[in-house]
Design a protein around this ligand. Structure first.
Ligand code: NAD
Length: 503
């Protein structure tokens, strides 16, 4: 198959000082429509100097934005919420045209981002300080929360709207200014959001988009005026971001990759479990950090469950996300080929390929990056198919003899993002919740992404740093606390005392 460069390829701009700014580095990367297999745009890849310009613009905007009253900041965010809600269909189309996910899934992504915008609107309450009167005679102590300054966000390709929205609504609400470096694979959503924020009344520079690759990321990590880094992406890059940003004295939260297990006990409702496995395994073509990729099944029910899943897979329609399909293409041809290569690895490692996604007949252009849902049974835990984060529509079944063996497997994984248990035994579910070393747990729920007023984040190699995304963690991450000890003079003076102050 050939990669076709569309004749009228446009080159995107950065968004600096409240307007589009053309890239000046001379470097660009192709942006594909994955369902067509065509390059439809090019994205500029910023130089370190362009990153400097973006940060300078955000820095210049900080005094005005952070100095605005709570009421004014609230109004801008509220406007943004209203505009996004009214125009989310436009954004969904952008997501589908660059990521490939089906339109309904793109709409779901935006909805989950909107929930964080709505949660961010609670900032006047959530960021209220504390006050203790008369901690010592005539002395009061109180705390206030202040914005950090310019904050950097570096986001992955798989949620080009939602992941930035995990961070920037809370960052902006609390008075920070933002530099976003979106994924170069699907960069247009960031520009669209920047335009909408401007329309909502955000001052120029308060939200800046700089496109690019490692050069732009390294520019942000090293920049002395960037106070914090919020990163989401694969584990090796998250590890690098965490180490580098921390070494440069920045506050950092770096969310990494995942290998999410779903444990099915013999007493589970197998139809519910089969539906859940299919939805969580193949939604967004498995390109979700909360996708279920390892189904751990107690062997007495494994044959029955695998049969039910295979039946459901046979009904799925893979194709262009703008058509009436269940699952779209993968994001690039390179990624599609890498994911598909695991099917041969599975065969070589002695697993049973129940459904081979390479045989898919897509409802879409022949040049699209297609791979159908793939179900692999009896995957050995030594196989790379089990160990690697494949990040595609490949669901592996691992058979175990007991609950204990299943939990031991999950806890042995280096990742700890999400997991789920399917059972009708409340005691087993409760024990699972206590014993499993994973950050987000579903009980008969396959993709347990917490709502906006909790926080999102995993354990172990799925999160570096101590702050999860959004929820209270988000407010803490994007603010610095000041504790003030205050005494207003009264006629009685204490005199000289060099001892350590006690109450
Ligand atoms: P990625 O790590 O390749 O890229 C993420 C970001 O890092 C992008 O902006 C990219 O431009 C930048 N980047 C890439 N290589 C870099 C390098 N060498 N140096 C500096 N920056 C670099 O991830 P991706 O493929 O875009 O996204 C998929 C990954 O993200 C999966 O591993 C998935 O699990 C993970 N993810 C995790 C979460 C979570 O919440 N834990 C959420 C979504 C995605």
């Amino acid at each position: 198959m050939t990669i076709i460069d569309a004749p009228a390829t446009t080159t995107l701009s950065h968004w600096i000082d409240g307007r589009p700014v053309e890239g000046a580095s001379g470097r660009t990367a192709p942006v594909y429509d994955p369902a067509l297999g065509q390059v439809t745009k090019r994205v500029p890849l910023a130089s370190a100097e362009e990153v400097d310009a973006a940060v300078a613009s955000a820095k210049a905007a900080f005094p005005e934005w952070s100095g605005q009253s709570i009421t004014k900041r609230l109004a801008v965010l509220f406007n943004f919420r209203e505009l996004l809600n009214a125009r989310k269909a436009e954004l969904a189309e952008i997501l589908t045209s660059e990521h490939g996910k089906v339109l309904s899934d793109a709409a779901g992504e935006i909805q989950r981002g909107l929930e964080v915008v709505e949660f961010a609107l609670s900032f006047p309450h959530v960021t209220k300080g504390e006050f203790s009167q008369n901690v010592s005679t005539g002395i009061d102590v109180y705390s206030v929360r202040e914005p950090l300054g310019v904050v950097g966000i570096i986001s992955p390709f798989n949620f080009p709207a939602m992941v930035p929205m995990w961070f920037f609504p809370i960052a902006l609400a609390t008075g920070n200014t933002v530099v976003l470096k979106p994924s170069e694979k699907d960069p247009s959503a960031a520009n669209w959001i920047a335009g909408l924020l401007a329309e909502a009344g955000l001052p120029a520079g308060a939200f800046t988009v700089v496109h690019g690759d490692k050069v732009a990321v390294d520019g942000l990590l090293a920049h002395p005026d960037v106070r914090s880094i919020s990163f989401v992406g694969s584990t090796p890059i998250a590890r690098y971001i965490y180490a580098t940003a921390a070494a440069n004295g920045k506050r950092v939260q770096a969310l990494g990759g995942a290998k999410n297990h779903m444990l099915v006990l013999p007493d589970a409702d197998l139809d519910l479990a089969a539906d859940a496995a299919v939805n969580a395994g193949f939604g967004s073509a498995g390109e979700r950090c909360m996708a279920i990729s390892a189904l751990v099944v107690v062997d007495t029910v494994a044959d029955a469950l695998v049969a039910k899943i295979a039946e459901r897979i046979a009904t799925l329609r893979t194709g262009d996300g703008r058509r009436n399909c269940d699952m779209g293409p993968l994001v690039t041809r390179e990624h599609r080929d890498k994911v598909a290569s695991y099917i041969d690895v599975a065969l070589a490692d002695g697993a049973t390929v129940v459904t081979d996604g390479r045989e898919v007949n897509p409802d879409g252009d022949a040049n699209g990056f297609w791979l159908g849902p793939t179900l692999i049974d009896k995957v050995p835990t030594t196989s790379a198919v089990y160990r690697d984060e494949i990040f595609g529509p490949v669901l592996s079944v691992v058979r175990v003899h007991s609950y204990e063996e299943g939990v031991a497997l999950i806890n042995a994984s280096p990742y700890g993002n999400g997991t789920a248990i399917f059972t009708n035994d409340g005691g087993a579910a409760r024990r699972f919740q206590q014993e499993v070393t994973v950050g987000m747990i579903g009980i008969n729920v396959p993709i347990p992404v917490p709502v906006a007023y909790y926080s999102f984040g995993g354990w172990k190699d799925s999160l570096f740093g101590d702050a999860k995304a959004y929820g209270e963690n988000g407010f803490r991450f994007f603010t610095n606390e000041k504790a003030i000890t205050s005494r207003w003079l009264d006629p009685s003076h204490g005199g000289i005392n060099l001892g350590f102050p006690t109450n």
